[in-house]
Design a protein around this ligand. Structure first.
Ligand SMILES: [Zn+2]
Length: 123
């Protein structure tokens, strides 16, 4: 029996593993990107497993910017709370926030697109 809870767990797992929202098997990204070598993440145009087109229309992923913004704010709040717990000076907190934003930029880029596809695509 395939119940709703299993379905949610499966979707959550697929989001974390950046899998296709339709078949949950094909990888969305061909390259994950690397902040340190400035290699940006690369997306497959179509799912390698089921062939669904990821970018439904031009500008489809503009909305993912809002998701990316939300992720960045969440990461900054967490970084701030951790540093504030250790009574870090404000200058260190700002530098740490810059580092957090830089290091998580490609992660946010990928994850925002995946979340965007899972929220707004009914397959
Ligand atoms: Zn697929």
């Amino acid at each position: 029996m395939y119940n709703k809870r299993d379905c949610m767990a499966s979707k959550f797992n697929s989001i974390l593993n950046e899998k296709c929202p339709k078949c949950e098997k094909g990888a969305i990204f061909s390259e994950k990107g690397n902040v340190f070598t400035f290699r940006s993440p690369k997306m497959h145009e179509k799912c390698p497993s089921c062939g669904v087109t990821f970018e439904k229309e031009p500008g489809y992923f503009i909305g993912a910017l809002y998701v990316s913004y939300g992720l960045a704010v969440l990461e900054l709040i967490i970084a701030y709370l951790i540093l504030a717990m250790f009574n870090a000076p404000l200058s260190i907190i700002f530098i740490a926030m810059f580092l957090v934003l830089s290091l998580f930029s490609f992660f946010n880029f990928r994850f925002a697109r995946v979340i965007w596809m899972y929220i707004f695509c009914k397959y």
